[in-house]
Design a protein around this ligand. Structure first.
Ligand code: SAM
Ligand code: SF4
Length: 441
């Protein structure tokens, strides 16, 4: 019996974005096919894995904190191995082991799927591997974490080099999965019972493969597979075409939700961020989306306190948020990322000002989210049941077409069912409703 068969229990924690969740799902599947067993309590694991995020300094601090926390398991049993994979592993490489010597393996974003070989000490595999250009795109199969929904990564990496962002450095240049393999993977997942897929890329709108662009890819997935619901993320405003919106309008399978990061409402700041669009261009896209799609939700990402952002420029962001009326937003205060272009700029907005700006922005957006959710009252939304409410087993939790969470009385509807829910009340974060026909759609 080899060491793997004896010490084969792994625990994985994922930090960061959907891309990391998708990578973790693939890594989990790889480990399971190699004879490992997944456990959900770190105490029981022989191999503790952290799939990490580098986008903000806080995300990295959380991982460092967790790494010191799990040290006790290793002290109690030196056979326990600790692996750090993904973006932070890519960014820090050997330095990670210098900072936290009890870490055994550090595998970057191109190398994490090789973890089983590294753990087994196979020839040619090393405890620290961060070189790019080693991934086999076709071998990275999308895997679903649950029986009814899954991620399908369509491209990896990013070529945009927004000045604040570490992603191009830790995930490398953009490279596309072939359109044929994406369609095949969606077919396979549909055959396995998946109802909803999310096509993932840092900038899905720049997808190109042998003459297939993103709108064409969406059309192919909708036409050539029996998948019922298609989502995608993330759109970059500089590349989002009217044709993409037209394809959404023509296709009921594509869910009416667009995540369209604005980052700032001030043109000078957008230029300094390297975003390559203006607020006027962004507003035109939003106008087109709302004119073409009868029902659509729009969400965004925003950063406050970017170097040299003035109070007036921050007010422009507040104005944009008020004008555009997002359904919800991820809001961040700027965090310096060593190695990025903006790290050379003077980080001159004080922490106190960043926090004040962020809190006011969150407050404004919460009021808008509340108002947007009131518009849902009386509407009937086809919603995918995900399970029980996290707070009470009396309620089931489902996701509407517009990607909002809706809770309704638990009548035993199974996860994976698509039900019609009439919205009866709402706060800024959650809708509440009732099933209008007690039949699965
Ligand atoms: N590819 C997506 C895009 O273009 O918007 C998102 C990538 S990033 C993982 C998610 C969000 O993190 C960004 O949209 C941005 O708002 C935020 N972000 C990235 N770098 C940041 C930084 N240095 N400080 C604060 N927020 C940051
Ligand atoms: Fe980062 Fe910009 Fe690429 Fe998004 S588009 S991942 S923000 S560099």
């Amino acid at each position: 019996m080899n060491e793997i068969a004896r010490n084969n229990k792994f625990h994985i924690t994922t930090f960061g974005c959907q891309m990391n969740l998708a990578d973790s799902s693939t890594l989990v599947a790889t480990l399971l096919t190699r004879g490992y067993q997944r456990v959900y309590d770190e105490k029981e694991a022989d191999l503790i894995i952290f799939n990490t995020c580098s986008v903000r300094v806080k995300a990295e601090e959380r991982v460092f904190g967790r790494l010191w926390e799990v040290y006790k398991y290793k002290k109690a049993n030196p056979k326990v191995k600790i692996a750090v994979v993904g973006c932070m592993a890519q960014r820090l490489g050997e330095k990670l082991i210098e900072k936290v010597p009890h870490v055994d393996f550090v595998l970057g974003t191109d190398r994490l799927f090789e973890l089983p070989d590294v753990v087994q000490g196979h020839n040619g595999f090393h405890p620290v591997m961060t070189a790019f250009g080693h991934e086999n795109m076709d071998a990275i199969k999308p895997v679903r974490e649950n029986a009814f929904a899954g991620f399908v990564t369509i491209s990896r990496g990013c070529d945009n080099y927004c000045t604040y962002c570490i992603v191009p450095y830790v995930r490398g240049r953009e490279r596309a999965h072939s359109a044929d393999s994406i369609v095949e993977n969606v077919k396979r997942m549909t055959d396995e019972g998946v109802v909803e897929i999310m096509l993932l890329g840092q900038n899905v709108n720049s997808y190109r493969w042998n003459g297939t662009d993103f709108p064409k890819l969406l059309e192919r997935v909708a036409a050539e597979t029996d998948i019922r619901r298609i989502r995608y993320m993330t759109s970059h405003p500089k590349d989002l075409s009217n044709r993409l919106v037209d394809v959404m309008a023509d296709n009921e399978k594509i869910m009416p939700h667009i995540h369209l990061p604005l980052q700032s409402g001030a043109n000078r700041v957008l230029e300094k961020m390297g975003r390559k669009y203006t607020i006027e261009h962004y507003n035109k896209i939003v106008d087109y989306i709302r004119a073409k799609l009868d029902y659509v939700t729009i969400t965004t990402d925003l950063i406050v306190g970017f170097p040299s952002e003035t109070e007036a420029e921050y007010e422009a962001t507040l104005r944009a948020v008020t004008d555009i009326q997002y359904d919800s937003a991820f809001m961040f205060r700027y965090s310096v990322r060593p190695g990025t272009i903006a790290a050379e700029y003077d980080d001159d907005v004080s922490e106190a000002d960043k926090i004040r700006r962020l809190n006011r922005l969150i407050d404004r957006q919460q009021k808008i989210s509340f108002e947007r959710n009131q518009r849902e009252l009386g509407q009937v939304r086809y919603s995918l049941v995900e399970g029980l409410s996290r707070r009470s087993e009396k309620f089931s939790r489902a996701r509407t077409e517009g990607n909002k969470i809706v809770l309704f009385e638990n009548s035993g509807v199974e996860p994976g069912a698509v039900v019609r829910v009439k919205i009866t009340s709402a706060d800024a974060f959650t809708l509440h409703g009732e099933i209008v026909e007690d039949k699965r759609c």
